[in-house]
Write a protein that binds this ligand. Structure first.
Ligand code: ADP
Ligand code: MG
Ligand code: ZN
Length: 572
């Protein structure tokens, strides 16, 4: 062959190498790839993992923001295996620590821990091995209070540092440093000592939830001069998001769920999340009655039963776990094909986390939530003590009620992520359907009048009472004083929910020794309705486009809305 041909051939070979091994350009790259496969038994990196690892291996301080379950731990475990000495890992909970130790043991990576329940002998051995160049362990897990309280540990760390054995510091759940985060832990405030004492050791802070301002705060507290921040997208492209309406009159969501499981998800693994322990028992029994291989799971079961359910589900001997949110920690099944919420979650964060257990193998999976009017108030009274409980719940309600914003975009915006409309790819029910805008000003006036009237009579109305009054099912003498409606129950509920979300109504709690009541009162925007030119609209799904996925209840809403001859403003 000619010189020119040889040149072209060489060029082709180099290009191929570059395409197939774009990251083989660090001295540690080969070892990383090898250990990823041989030790961690993984074939490829997930987005941002390799970048984070290379930065950390290059000695950079780094904050890594990545949703739960995406694989943050690998970003310090793999470097630990590929480095001399050991990596110090700060973890807030002993249970998280134990999960990790168990996992590392299963893949033959040596790791040890120091926490409040460590025995004296164990602690002594670990402390001695820290400075031993022949010490076998690659990772040392500690709780933050160990750093804060144990002078002995600090002195051993210093010795290890001086001997060049402290290769890296990982601070898991790094948002715990900041008071502005949602899970502040005082002992995390003292972790700045690490970077002050060991400035040459690269620090890796990991979190699923920190916003920019929280990270700035963490940076100050941890005394990291110029960290690089890597943020992974919250968009789980393989998940399909859908909301289905629950009918308060005849809730047949369980039949619906069992049909889905037996047809669409035949022989596939999944979770049904429910509101309460009692619901876990009853929904599970109902599903079993309909021939579904389901088991309940909740915090009040004894530990053996819980771990048995978990084990059987993990090995596909049980198809569906019907669980409260107690089913979460340590759940790491890759092939979960569906997560169905029988009741809405208490916030978008919770929903993202719970539904995110679907499709961890990156194959398609469905996240369906059943949205019922009464569930709003059940959860509302449950979160009444939490500072921003109501606000968070309403974001979840908004996620469900909304028909004009892509479900993914609602989640993304919630997590402060810049959203690109191309990001959904019709993988949510909103993107697959059209909607119309309807004027509900007169309806709003009717409802507000009902609530106002009750107020003037010193009476409090539950959402159910408001619904019934408006539908003409209240006391006869009262009926004459208000404007009743012929709208269906679902429509009435949709409008009341919308008024709550838009601030024309608001929540009013009342406590008895036994229970908390939820009443509706006028919201801050109610007075605007006195203004003749003020109008309120609400968006509703347009029907008839895809009969398969629009439930019949939603169709009825549409039809009778039309019959009532609203001023419908169509939008295509
Ligand atoms: P996080 O700490 O971000 O919540 P973990 O580190 O606990 O997530 O990892 C969650 C799961 O993802 C683990 O089962 C882990 O083995 C798996 N995982 C991590 N990286 C990969 C990868 N590159 N490919 C496949 N699975 C991975
Ligand atoms: Mg983690
Ligand atoms: Zn969408």
């Amino acid at each position: 062959i000619s010189f020119q041909e040889l040149n072209i051939l060489l060029y082709c070979i180099l290009t191929c190498l570059n395409v197939f091994f774009p990251n083989l350009d660090f001295s540690w790259s080969t070892e990383l790839e090898q250990n990823l496969k041989d030790v961690f038994q993984l074939s490829t990196f997930r987005p941002l993992q390799l970048k984070a690892i290379n930065l950390s291996m290059s000695g950079k301080d780094l904050f890594l923001v990545m949703p739960t379950g995406r694989g943050k731990s690998l970003c310090y475990q793999l470097p630990a295996v590929c480095s001399e000495g050991f990596t110090l890992v700060v973890t807030p909970l002993v249970s998280l620590m134990e999960d990790q130790l168990m996992y590392l043991k299963s893949i033959d990576v040596e790791a040890v821990s120091l926490n409040a329940s460590s025995s004296k002998e164990h602690a002594k051995m670990v402390l001695a091995e820290m400075t031993d160049s022949k010490a076998p362990f690659k990772l040392l897990y500690v709780t933050p209070e160990k750093i804060a309280k144990s002078k002995l540990l600090m002195s051993r760390l210093e010795k290890a540092y001086n001997a060049g054995r402290l290769s890296r510091i990982a601070v898991d759940e790094v948002h715990c440093c900041s008071q502005w985060g949602h899970d502040f832990r005082p002992d995390y405030k003292l972790l700045g000592i690490l970077k002050r004492q060991f400035p040459k050791v690269p620090l890796l802070g990991l979190t699923a939830t920190a916003t920019g301002s929280v990270l700035k705060d963490c940076q100050k507290i941890l005394c990291v001069p110029e960290p690089i921040t890597l943020t992974a997208s919250f968009n789980r492209t393989n998940l399909y998001y859908e909301v289905r309406l629950k009918d308060s009159n005849s809730d047949d969501s369980v039949s619906d769920i069992s049909a889905l499981i037996k047809e669409r998800y035949k022989d596939q693994s999944g979770i049904v999340y429910v509101f309460s322990q009692k619901d876990a028992e009853t929904v599970s029994a109902d599903l079993q009655g309909k021939g579904v291989n389901a088991s309940p799971y909740h915090a009040n079961m004894n530990p053996e039963d819980k771990s048995q359910v978990h084990r059987k589900w993990a090995t596909n001997k049980i198809q569906v776990v019907v669980a409260t949110v107690a089913f979460g920690m340590g759940i790491d099944k890759a092939d979960v094909r569906f997560v169905i919420h029988h009741t809405i979650s208490k916030s978008i964060e919770n929903y993202y986390q719970e539904s995110g257990r679907a499709g961890r193998d990156d194959k398609p999976a469905d996240c369906i939530v059943y949205f019922g009017f009464n569930d709003i108030f059940r959860i509302s009274t449950m979160v009444v003590m939490e500072n921003v409980g109501q606000q968070k719940l309403l974001t979840m309600v908004d996620y469900c009620q909304n028909v004009d914003r892509c479900r993914r975009s609602v989640i993304a915006v919630h997590f402060d992520e810049v959203w690109d409309d191309e990001g959904c790819n019709e993988m949510c029910d909103v993107c697959r359907h059209d909607y119309i805008t309807v004027d509900i000003t007169q309806h709003a006036k009717d409802v507000v009048q009902i609530v106002e009237l009750a107020g003037s009579l010193d009476e409090k109305l539950t959402p159910l009472k408001v619904t019934e009054a408006w539908m003409g099912k209240g006391p006869a003498k009262r009926r004459k004083m208000i404007q009743t409606t012929t709208l269906s129950r679902l429509e009435v509920e949709a409008i009341i929910t919308s008024l709550l979300l838009q601030g024309y109504l608001s929540e009013d709690f009342s406590f008895t020794p036994y229970t908390t009541y939820f009443y509706l009162k006028l919201g801050g925007k109610a007075p605007l309705l006195k203004n003749q030119s003020h109008s309120i609209t609400m968006k509703m799904r347009r029907t008839g486009l895809d009969a398969n996925t629009v439930s019949t209840t939603q169709q009825t809403v549409q039809e009778s809305f039309r019959q009532e001859a609203f001023g419908c403003i169509s939008r295509d």
